[in-house]
Design a binder for this molecule. Structure first.
Ligand code: UTP
Length: 224
């Protein structure tokens, strides 16, 4: 299978958790050894937000703010790529064309941001579409998608399976609840729905969840 793995910056880079990152490298190399093609997309986490703050203080425009955030995510991607070792690509991929090429050469591709005005969730979706991925896995800071914000409602229920339409509905209902967007960016949701990309959202704090999802085990929330 071809699999896009999106690791939330809020999980591994907020602040940078090297132990978790090392565990991810092991898990992703294991999935690779099982014969799958993998693209990993990482966000810039706290470092990117810090640089966005600095750019704002300097009164730089949103394009410049995004550009420095993208550089942070790529630096972080580079760190992760080095830890992957021999299965990893020679350098961080910065275009969709490079990603397609490296994947066809049987390398694990690692990316950060792509262009201003989007998030790394959207990058992962664009990549999944262009490489014809069988699934997109997102390691989020929650265990999956809930019917309401689990940080505010103790009776929130995790949903095991959602259609793309139902996912859009969850976002509309939770429109005014800050934080719910962190599960997956609504712009990315639109694209996932349009392209019908099978997506599984799992807790990113347990890298083995990625292995379970690839093996078809019931973990997190499946969106299909
Ligand atoms: P994300 O919000 O996607 O990163 O990008 P993250 O740290 O992984 O976030 P979580 O864990 O999902 O919450 C950080 C910022 O980088 C810029 C945007 O400003 C975005 O808010 N960015 C990222 C881009 O402009 N283009 C990209 O392709 C990616």
């Amino acid at each position: 299978m071809r699999i896009v793995i999106r690791i939330g910056g809020s999980v591994v880079a907020n602040p940078i958790n090297t132990q978790l990152l090392a565990n991810y490298a092991d898990v992703i190399n294991t999935i690779k050894m099982q014969g799958h093609g993998i693209v990993v997309v990482v966000g810039g986490g706290a470092l990117a937000r810090q640089f966005i703050g600095l750019a704002k203080e300097l009164e730089l425009d949103t394009n410049a703010q995004d550009e420095v955030a993208i550089s942070c995510s790529r630096l972080f991607a580079q760190l992760f790529l080095k830890k992957l070792g021999k299965y990893g690509d020679t350098k961080v991929s910065v275009t969709l064309e490079e990603t397609v090429k490296s994947l066809s050469e049987d390398k694990i591709v690692v990316m950060g941001g792509l262009k201003p005005g989007i998030t790394t969730d959207t990058v992962a979706t664009l990549v999944a579409d262009v490489v014809g991925a069988d699934m997109l896995l997102k390691g989020s800071d929650q265990m999956g998608v809930y019917n309401k914000d689990p940080r505010k409602h103790t009776d929130a229920i995790k949903l095991d399976h959602l259609s793309f339409e139902e996912l859009s509905g969850v976002f509309e209902q939770n429109h005014h609840q800050a934080g719910i967007h962190q599960i997956i960016d609504p712009e990315a949701v639109k694209l996932l729905k349009e392209k019908q990309i099978k997506t599984i959202i799992v807790s990113g704090f347990e890298p083995k969840n990625m292995l379970s999802a690839v093996q078809g085990k019931n973990v997190g929330t499946l969106i299909s």
